[in-house]
Design a protein around this ligand. Structure first.
Ligand SMILES: Cc1cc2nc3c(=O)[nH]c(=O)nc-3n(C[C@H](O)[C@H](O)[C@H](O)COP(=O)(O)OP(=O)(O)OC[C@H]3O[C@@H](n4cnc5c(N)ncnc54)[C@H](O)[C@@H]3O)c2cc1C
Length: 392
């Protein structure tokens, strides 16, 4: 196992860092970490990333990529994460959808969508969860029925985070209604234009003020060429993609700016006439966070190395997902203790330390062990796939 980087990869990182230090302004970073890149500057930033050749580097040349190793994509995600930029506006399309289109989409679909993703022009929202189908995703009820050259889709999705600004819905629906087949067998994936007649998007607000959405479909007509891969194979495609999605989304580097902020705060803040950094309890909290950051990075490098070398992954990306998301909670909890009562002040308070990031991150951190699959379900996966234990 070799986690080292080649000369070319290091040169790429250097060029990228120069670009990010110039272009990733504080305002864009704020739009990325608070508003998931909805803001116009954040979207413009994505286009610039693309124009400078930093997006889709591992994708084939014929679809706008550069045909290089996925390591370049991981370097990009790491360097963005280190600068509060982990949620690039192209979150879903770039880190999730594109890989499945590449593997399973028709040639027509690849030519239509992949170059636009690589140019930073379009975004997708993820349409999996329904009010009664979250962890038990295969229980979804949304229906797509064939009629001539279209599918007519009816039903409801919930927690579809980018739905209020994405151009396309990456949608999972039921396409086989036989009650006697296992429920995961009758699901298909579609790409749907979000401005199709019959789609309604309603906001749902999280306690940290982030927007996610409910999406309603009423007789929405979707052309048959928007079916991804084979009919009724959607659930397999979703599961096939999940490991790579975890590798791309849960980069431990996105926690580094929080730790760096806390170290700087401890060094620059006096408490009872002494620097906070001299307090052994503060040192202990920060050192523990640093240890866990190192561990998270090793987990991430391991499963990325497997992906880059085409080694089948079973439970390794799940380990990273659980460790990184739970570390995020421990880290901001440490931040709450170090900042004391000031940690509860919001961004607009005149006494707020660290621009209110710790208060925001604390509230945000609860969703990290729910979104993209809960920690409990992830532990089931590790128990069963990693340890060979039976399904409960
Ligand atoms: C802020 C936010 C953004 C999201 N964005 C999206 C999005 O863009 N697109 C999308 O499709 N979805 C999205 N989700 C949905 C997310 O994937 C689901 O919330 C998640 O999969 C859990 O499903 P649920 O909320 O229905 O909880 P449930 O499945 O009802 O789970 C409730 C509790 O029971 C536990 N539980 C359930 N089953 C088991 C089991 N078998 N073993 C042990 N424990 C179990 C869970 O761990 C959890 O603690 C988002 C969620 C949040 C909170």
């Amino acid at each position: 196992m070799d986690f080292g980087y080649t000369r070319e990869e290091e040169d790429f990182r250097e060029r990228l860092c120069k670009f990010l230090d110039q272009e990733l302004t504080e305002e864009i970073a704020r739009q990325n970490w608070e508003d998931k890149g909805v803001g116009p500057e954040a979207r413009e930033f994505s286009r610039k990333l693309a124009a400078n050749g930093f997006l889709g580097i591992s994708w084939p040349k014929e679809y706008g990529g550069q045909g290089l190793s996925p390591t370049y994509d991981f370097i990009l995600l790491d360097e963005l994460g280190k600068r509060w930029g982990a949620h690039v506006p192209l979150d879903v399309g770039y880190t999730m959808v594109g890989h499945t289109i590449l593997r399973r989409g028709s040639e027509e679909m690849k030519k239509e969508f992949l170059p636009k993703i690589v140019r930073g022009e379009i975004e997708f929202c993820l349409g999996y969860t329904e009010p009664n189908a979250g962890s038990d995703l295969a229980a979804m009820k949304m229906r797509a029925v064939e009629e001539g050259d279209v599918y007519i889709i009816n039903g409801q999705k919930t927690f579809n985070t980018e739905a209020h600004y994405a151009e396309y819905h990456w949608l999972a629906t039921r396409t086989d209604f036989d009650p006697n087949i296992p429920k995961h067998r009758g699901i298909s994936l579609f790409i749907v234009d979000m401005d199709s007649p019959g789609i309604t998007v309603r906001p749902l607000w999280t306690m940290s003020g982030e927007r996610t959405n409910e999406v309603f479909y009423e007789d929405v007509r979707v052309p048959k060429n928007r079916l991804v891969g084979e009919k009724n194979k959607g659930f397999y495609y979703m599961m096939e993609a999940i490991d790579s999605e975890r590798n791309h989304v849960f980069t431990p580097c996105r926690l580094m700016p929080i730790l760096n902020d806390l170290v700087r705060y401890a060094q620059e803040t006096d408490f009872n006439g002494k620097p906070l950094a001299l307090d052994p309890r503060v040192q202990d909290l920060l050192a523990q966070a640093a240890i866990e950051m190192e561990i998270a990075q090793v987990f991430a490098e391991h499963s990325r190395w497997m992906e880059s070398n085409n080694i089948p992954m079973t439970y390794e990306p799940e380990v990273t997902k659980i460790f990184v998301s739970e570390l995020e909670q421990r880290l901001v909890n440490a931040g709450m203790q170090i900042l004391g009562l000031y940690s509860q002040l919001e961004e607009d308070s005149k006494w707020v330390p660290l621009k209110g990031r710790i208060e925001w991150y604390f509230l945000h951190s609860f969703m990290t062990t729910i979104g993209a699959g809960t920690s409990e379900v992830g532990r089931n996966v590790i128990a069963q796939r990693g340890l060979g234990l039976p399904r409960a």
